[in-house]
Design a protein around this ligand. Sequence first.
Ligand code: FUC
Length: 728
Amino acid sequence: MKLLLPLAAALSLAAHAQSLWYDKPAANWNEALPIGNGALGAMIHGGVAKEHIQFNEQTLWTGDEIQMGAYQPFGDLLLDFSGAGESSNYRRELSLDEAVHRVSYTRGGVTFTREAFSSHPAQVMVFRFSADKPGALRGQLRLTDMHDASIRAVGKSISAKGKLGNGLEYQSTVLVRHEGGSVKPDGQALLVDAADSLIVLLAADTSFSNSPARKWRGPHPAKEIEARLKAAAATPYEKLKSEHLADHRELYRRVKIDLGPGRDQFPVPRRLADYRKSPAADPGLDALFYQYGRYLMIASSRPGGLPANLQGIWNKDLKPAWYSGYTTNINIEMNYWLAEPTNLAECHEPYFDWLHNLATVRKKNAQPAIATGKGWIAYSTNNPMGGNSTWGIHRPGSAWMTQHLWTRYEFGGDKDFLKQRAYPALKELVEYWESYLVEGPDGQLITPTGWSPEHGPVKGKDGKIRLKEGDRTPQPGASYDQQIVHDLFTNYIDAATELGIDAAYRDRVIALRAKLLGPKIGKWGQIQEWMQDVDDPNDKHRHVSHLFAVHPGRQIHPVSTPELAKAATVSLNARGDGGTGWSRAWKINFWARLADGDHAHRILRGLLTPQSGGSGGVYPNLFDAHPPFQIDGNFGATAGMTEMLLQSHVRENGIHLIELLPALPAAWESGSVTGLRARGGFEVDLAWRAGKLTKAVLRSPKGGSARVRAMGKTETVTLAPGGTLQLP
Ligand code: FUC
């Protein structure tokens, strides 16, 4: 009981502290703050005289099944407020617990407040503008379009309707409700005069249909948009908001985290600057960044939609970096590492639908490299319709991406999902690799055309081997391919065991796995990236592909394969602590899996550095920078921090090993977390003090056994369905 009180008190404090706040309007997009309902998102700048709301809808894509295209910005909602004088008491904030953005300031003796959210239940964005004196709102509201839509203002509404070159039809409509004063159309704009308050509703959608069978097209979105706006306009603001809060919090509040005191009294840019100097003073910033990753997942990936792309759903550019697409040699997978362990399994679903569609299209569109007709091969860069960039195929990508289906089963225990979706997807890829592997020089099975993203050893004129960025010369037996295939085989074997089917084929795959060329330790004690021992200890390449076996694989583990784990630390130390945003995020995961919490935290500190120059870091809005902004670093960092607190990727004696606080850094001296998930269907709460676990609660909705390791000791626990266990 003694322990419960401080835990509860700490958690209620932590809930209040979860907001990003600023004392100035955003000067640019990287300072603006994101809202989103999974599909419909906006970046809010919060200007006093001019509010700029740049918005997106996740299906506005050029391209098709063959041509890549790019994710497109939709348009902007612009409000010009006339009124005199300078403003004071300015504050804007994004409350993660509410998924509500707020602006407030005083101008000309009037205090103005704004609230904004993107509602998943109502499928519209809602912006409320109010003032503490009647009739204080006057100005102009405009809707812009990034393509060539025709824009018309009628009554209290503006619509933009257009069509992209690939035939995709789209529409955005804004509808204004007001108290007091008047709202009138004026050309393409609405004029607001002497209103007490405004509620601006924005809906945007396209004729995209997430189905290859329907050739990716559905009806024009006009009717849907009208229906959504009509319903939202008839609903009181407070009801729209309370429905939004309930929907968001049902997901967001499943995990609560407290990593120590936070300097919440300061705006984010000041916190970031101070954190650089003394991170120990603000572990609350780590917790904020952690929950921001979960917030962004909820805001950019909901069932029925598309998965979060390279920028989630937030993009202002007609030609975004890497098309703002789905890149398969780290980025799209990293986006979803956090989904299961941080209790957002629903948000994982769009990824599975996309993967299924991608496989369908790839199989249909004559795969260049599959002689047997079994399995499929992804390209490095893909769009939502299975189209790809010309950069090239990524042979083990399908196996890596399919790991997530097995992971989902391991966390949630849904046998139907395992049987209907995961197992067939794993099996066809196992069959593909069975036909593709060849015998290497030592009789082991190797991939004949391996690769290590995204460089390779090339012999120079002087006969010396150098590593060349972007080189794609086939490298038989490259560790990346070998480790991914090992992981695929292991997942398949475990899935067949779990379902009790295909015993003969399962045994065959066990034998194949035993013949696979495994990780090799090279001459400077490193894990070899290639079959030949040619690694350069000065190689700082951002990808650390040859440590896939550490994370997200499970072939190397400090307890079961200590020598390989030691070699992995040698490789990782040589690669260094820097890199692009996602590279740093991956390194947090690696160090956590190698049980070095302080090193993991050192990488996190580097990641939380204000972005400058060409390397990673974060922007003032805490978007992670490649640069430019790439959301994988946000999601990957949250996943990595979770790995520092809880791991469950390996098994002991056939049952899941749940490791409590496996990589707790000194910087998180005392804290707590509730609602994390572990494989085997467990939910876990943890509390610690002075670096030592003080309490752990395990819940098991379906019942089950696990080996639980904490503070160097391991014991087997068994819970009945619905059971709870408290340790110590
Ligand atoms: C991979 C990475 C790049 C970038 C791109 C989107 O190709 O190697 O660094 O993140 O994806």
